[in-house]
Design a protein around this ligand. Structure first.
Ligand code: ZN
Length: 184
């Protein structure tokens, strides 16, 4: 039988030489397993379920921007958190997405083992797909604990990634409008 996540955490903790029987650690394998399950719960979700038809008709084709969406994910190389903000813009063509759904799409992909570049692209292409937008731009800025706590131990570096699709890629003035809205 495959060991449970809690059993795996127990052996991981034991490998440090720690005593799993001391009071502070007795419930830790089970708690850590529950936390890990939550932090990777995005694998069990689908776009359909997350969007849940929260698409509303709109005859505006002005840019929609949602910025400073908090983001927590785990890097797939070290399984340490990266933490930051996502900014999303799109130009609707008849349909707009419920505001909270933008955040839920981000969470679904962020609660998986990730690299920031891929996360940025997945969010952009999902928003393009579900809304049929003329263009989508996503920028993510994040601090990676794998860089801050280990390795080069750089505390202040922020990684920025962007994905520009459709008119956000083809049209400089659209892209500039998006970037200007983020800086206001
Ligand atoms: Zn890492």
């Amino acid at each position: 039988m495959k060991p449970t996540p809690a059993e795996l955490y127990a052996s991981l903790i034991s490998s440090t030489g720690e005593d799993l029987q001391r009071p502070g650690l007795q419930g830790t394998p089970a708690r850590a397993a529950t936390a890990f399950e939550y932090l990777t719960s995005g694998y069990k979700q689908s776009v359909q379920e997350v969007v849940n038809d929260a698409l509303f008709p709109s005859d505006s084709n002005d840019m929609v921007v949602v910025r400073d969406i908090e983001l927590f994910s785990l890097c797939e190389h070290h399984m340490l958190p990266f933490i930051g903000k996502a900014h999303v813009g799109y130009i609707p063509t008849g349909k707009v997405l419920g505001l909270s759904k933008v955040a839920r799409i981000i969470d679904m992909y962020a609660r998986r083992l990730q690299i920031q570049e891929q996360l940025t692209h997945q969010v952009a292409s999902t928003i393009a797909e579900v809304t049929g937008a003329a263009g989508v731009g996503v920028i993510i800025e994040a601090k990676h604990l794998c860089m801050m706590m280990r390795g080069v131990e750089k505390q202040n570096s922020v990684m920025k990634t962007s994905a520009m699709l459709g008119s956000f890629r083809a049209n400089l003035s659209t892209r500039s409008e998006f970037l200007a809205l983020l800086n206001n």
